[in-house]
Write a protein that binds this ligand. Structure first.
Ligand code: HEC
Length: 159
């Protein structure tokens, strides 16, 4: 990030506008949303939102919009951080795969792959990782949630 001041301002603005997250009574956790087979709770989404802002937003965007021009490989040969909203492809991956990527990095699912995505093992507990991903999933529209639930069901036992 070359302009941290501007970025911080954007972060505050974006968090201020995410009115759909009801952190107190949780009525806005989508019906039936689960992560790795466990029902997602309002508390988990609220915690995940905070952890996302602190650990993921600097690369994936405060609004989950990814890095600018995220489809174009960088001069380093590595890819920029993709969006976690439905303009990206996070919602095409099963829960287990999202968990593994977040905990161990992309090379854990694509051996030998060089990536700027850090593994969060050590920085976040398994519960924290689940909370961040539950938060991300809670932002998706129903169609994307349904699709990703099917991918997850088909992936059972896989990685
Ligand atoms: C230092 C920048 C950086 C941070 C911080 C970061 N990521 Fe990433 N992330 C990336 C990059 C870059 C990629 C693309 C990997 C690639 O293709 O090389 C990525 C990819 C991913 C993917 C795979 C997406 C897909 O569609 O395949 C997931 C899931 C992910 N990140 C989750 C997270 C979560 C959750 C956090 C916070 C806990 C986080 N990332 C923090 C840079 C980052």
């Amino acid at each position: 990030m070359t302009r941290p001041g501007l970025f911080a301002a954007g972060l505050v603005a974006a968090i201020g506008s995410t009115a759909w997250v009801v952190t107190a009574d949780g009525q806005d956790v989508p019906d039936g949303l689960s992560f790795l087979g466990a029902p997602v709770t309002a508390g988990q989404v609220a915690r995940g939102q905070e952890l996302y802002a602190a650990n993921c937003a600097s690369c994936h965007g405060a609004d989950l919009g990814g890095e600018p021009d995220w489809k174009r490989r960088k001069a380093s040969g590595r890819m920029p951080a993709p969006p976690h909203d439905t303009s990206g492809h996070t919602w095409h991956h099963a829960d287990r795969q999202l968990f593994t990527i977040t905990k161990l990095g992309v090379s854990a699912v694509v051996p030998g792959y060089e990536s700027d995505m850090p593994g969060f093992e050590g920085a976040l507990s398994d519960d924290g990782i689940a909370a961040v991903l539950a938060f991300i999933k809670s932002t998706w529209p129903e169609r994307a949630r349904g699709f990703q639930a099917e991918v997850t069901a088909n992936d059972e036992g896989g990685s």
